[in-house]
Design a protein around this ligand. Structure first.
Ligand SMILES: Cc1cc2nc3c(=O)[nH]c(=O)nc-3n(C[C@H](O)[C@H](O)[C@H](O)COP(=O)(O)OP(=O)(O)OC[C@H]3O[C@@H](n4cnc5c(N)ncnc54)[C@H](O)[C@@H]3O)c2cc1C
Length: 399
């Protein structure tokens, strides 16, 4: 039986572990942290991701802890709604709806679905040796131990040690954009009840994304803004709520009431990385943010990691006797699509932050027209190819 070692027990690593296990492949996950944990934030799972969760048997569990998936696109200062998309429209277009969940809840569901004993905690990978046809690959850990397997998968996130070991350090470019985030109890917001549907607010120089988690109990808030002065990429650095209120002072009053109810805010700088030209060396490959870190504007980072996991399992199962061929099939199926998503996310950031009134008007008219002429594009952004993709299809390796 093929043995796969996965470095990193995040959303991508645990999805891959579930998919591989279901394909009859032996899996071991090595996670650096002392417990399986996630940052306190939400994640939007689009239909392409929900298909993967269905295929590994956890769709109902995820929907059980999700927020409602109804979306609207709104001008930030006036509150004028540009477009709306209902779950019924999404289901009609893509065959199933998306969901918005707390990242910790998603990780719990993925971990609970795995057989016992697959995840080893406290294993920080420091180096991998890629191996070759005759030699198996080796992962080395900070505690001095080593692990080997038929193949090793680097699912160790945006600052991947595995990617660095294979291809050297990456060269992130600062985008001139920053983000704030918070998770706010809906009941804590003063005054009139705020909208608890998913909403994207477009303003000059920024976008705000708000969506519900755990029914409508919590609101996940991510605020983007053009700002050249802050360069720190960490997702867990706190900032003052007053800074967020000041930054968006002339945006819609509903947003400001929501922000005022936020206890804890985090701030990070957005860095962009070009798609890399190869993912695999010897018998080691990459998955999730380690393979294709992307800007957050399409809400596809985790969705792409889920797709990777499903395709990896199909590729490895397709010819168990030759693990290297399995990795080649996986990269051939995944790298072109994930690279396209990286570039589309970059474009979406530019379009969302339009500071010129004329350009923003043209964007909004284009959204309205696209929605009218193509019922399968409820968002009106020409990106139904994202939600359409079925990583669980038996034909997925055919391209
Ligand atoms: C605030 C925020 C909101 C987002 N919203 C969305 C969204 O709405 N939709 C969406 O699709 N995506 C979203 N994303 C992106 C998405 O979260 C990431 O793309 C996704 O988490 C990638 O999963 P991953 O498993 O590849 O990496 P990670 O989730 O980063 O997991 C990597 C794991 O590897 C472990 N690790 C790291 N280094 C090592 C090492 N050396 N050895 C062993 N283990 C290691 C880490 O501890 C971690 O558990 C968002 C991201 C952020 C920050």
């Amino acid at each position: 039986m093929t043995r796969v070692a996965i470095i990193g027990g995040g959303i991508g690593g645990l999805t891959a572990a579930n998919a591989l296990t279901r394909a009859g492949i032996e899996v071991a996950v090595y996670e650096a942290a002392g417990e399986l944990k996630e940052i306190g934030a939400g994640v939007a799972l689009h239909p392409n991701a929900m298909r993967v969760l269905r295929s590994i048997g956890v769709e109902d569990a995820v929907r059980g802890i999700a927020g409602r998936s109804q979306w609207q696109w709104t001008r930030a200062r006036t509150g004028r709604v540009i477009a709306r998309s209902t779950p019924a429209q999404q289901a009609a277009s893509f065959g199933l709806t998306g969901a918005t969940v707390h990242r910790a809840d998603l990780l719990d569901v993925l971990a609970a679905a795995l057989p016992d004993g697959i995840v080893t905690l406290g294993k920080r990978c420091t180096e991998v040796l890629p191996g070759g046809d005759a030699d198996p690959p080796v992962a080395r850990f900070a505690d001095g131990s080593e692990a080997t397997a038929d193949v090793i998968i680097g699912a160790d996130g945006i600052h991947s040690a595995v990617r660095t070991a294979l291809f050297g350090p990456d060269a992130p470019r600062f985008t001139g954009k920053i983000c704030y985030r918070s998770v706010i109890p809906a009941a804590a917001v003063a005054g009139k009840q705020v909208n608890t549907d998913g909403a994207q607010w477009f303003g000059p120089h920024g976008t705000i994304v708000v969506y519900p988690l755990r029914g409508t109990d919590l609101l996940n808030v991510v605020c983007h803004y053009d700002d050249d002065g802050y360069r720190h990429e960490s997702w867990v650095t706190e900032c003052e709520g007053a800074e967020v209120l000041e930054r968006y002072a002339d945006w819609h009053e509903e947003l400001l009431r929501l922000f005022a109810a936020g206890d804890t805010w985090y701030k990070w700088a957005l860095y962009d990385r070009d798609p890399i030209p190869e993912w695999t060396r010897g018998r080691v490959t990459l998955l999730g943010d380690a393979a294709h870190p992307m800007l957050p504007y399409l809400g596809q980072g985790a969705c792409q990691a889920l797709e990777d996991g499903a395709v990896l399992a199909t590729a490895m199962a397709a010819g168990a006797a030759d693990p290297s061929a399995g990795l080649a099939r996986y990269e051939a199926a995944r790298r072109p699509r994930a690279s396209r998503v990286v570039l589309a996310a970059r474009e979406r950031g530019l379009s969302n932050h339009q500071s010129s009134r004329w350009a923003a008007w043209r964007r909004d008219v284009a959204i309205a027209v696209r929605r009218r002429v193509n019922r399968r594009d409820p968002e009106g952004r020409g990106t139904s190819w994202l939600a359409d993709y079925d990583a669980t299809s038996p034909d997925v390796l055919a391209g």
